[in-house]
Design a protein around this ligand. Structure first.
Ligand SMILES: [Zn+2]
Length: 261
């Protein structure tokens, strides 16, 4: 069995071989680390036969020659999608265990449920599940044009789709229409679901959509969104990589436009 090793700050132990990060390690490696306070979690079906080990301190790179600690975000492009998903699950489970040691209702110490993937309070029987936040993300289209925005948290010159959290009581389509209106001031209709991607920063599930422009002029808030423009499908600016749902939605739109010609 192999393991993923994560430290207290959710940094991942990696070894680079021919520029490719290796993040699955033999359990033998743990004997070289101070792991007497490590938390071990099985990763379940998605994780095949791996375990995640979280150290209660920082990874001391100096004690392991050739290894470094890396952030999950730095591995988005360089890891195969299945490995990235596995690491995301590992970190989300560690974060959930760390942040739900006590019951939020009565303050009791929680315990792992024997029945499902939950932490349960023995006093009041309240259960706590890994925290997953549903988000909407999608592309607004108008014939051969699509609307892309430059967010304040994106690298300079990169344009992307619009996204936001679903609020309590909303369905996903309402959330997408609201986010588009709030971020760029345009109305949409014919909102269609495409596909989804877990996005463990820290625990989003991105639900991908495409929608048709139905009215309004672009007006950005200047804070979350700095600029937004219509782009013809064959004159796109720098967009996110294919490994992100945003990059995939935009490229799928371009492909459909090309084959429609
Ligand atoms: Zn309780």
């Amino acid at each position: 069995m192999h393991c993923i090793i994560i430290d207290i700050n959710y940094r991942i132990l990696a070894k680079y071989q021919a520029d490719a990060p290796q993040v699955l390690h033999s359990f033998d490696l743990l004997t070289d680390l101070n792991t007497h306070e490590a938390l071990e979690l099985p990763l379940g079906e998605v994780g095949r036969n791996f375990k995640v080990v979280q150290l209660q301190g920082n990874i001391e790179e100096s004690t392991l020659e050739g290894y470094i600690s890396v952030s999950l975000r730095s591995l988005i492009v360089s890891l195969p999608e299945a490995d990235f998903q596995l690491l995301g699950r590992a970190i989300q489970l560690c974060r959930w265990q760390t942040e739900h040691q006590y019951c939020g209702k009565c303050g009791g110490v929680t315990q792992a449920s024997q029945v499902d993937e939950a932490l349960t309070c023995p006093s009041c029987e309240l259960s706590f599940y890994p925290k997953i936040a549903p988000c909407v993300i999608g592309l607004v289209c108008d014939g051969p044009r699509c609307l892309l925005a430059r967010g304040s948290r994106h690298p300079e010159a990169m344009y992307s789709t619009l996204a936001g959290f679903i609020e309590a009581g909303e369905n996903a389509e309402q959330a997408f229409a609201r986010e588009v209106m709030e971020e760029v001031g345009v109305a949409v209709d014919n909102i269609r679901y495409l596909y989804s991607q877990p996005w463990p920063f820290p625990g989003q599930l991105m639900l991908g959509f495409i929608a048709d422009y139905s009215g309004g002029d672009i007006c950005v808030d200047g804070e979350e969104i700095l600029e937004a423009h219509w782009f013809d499908y064959n004159e796109l600016p720098l967009i996110p990589p294919q490994s992100t749902i945003s990059g995939r939605i935009i490229r799928d739109f371009v492909r459909r436009q090309q084959t429609a010609k």
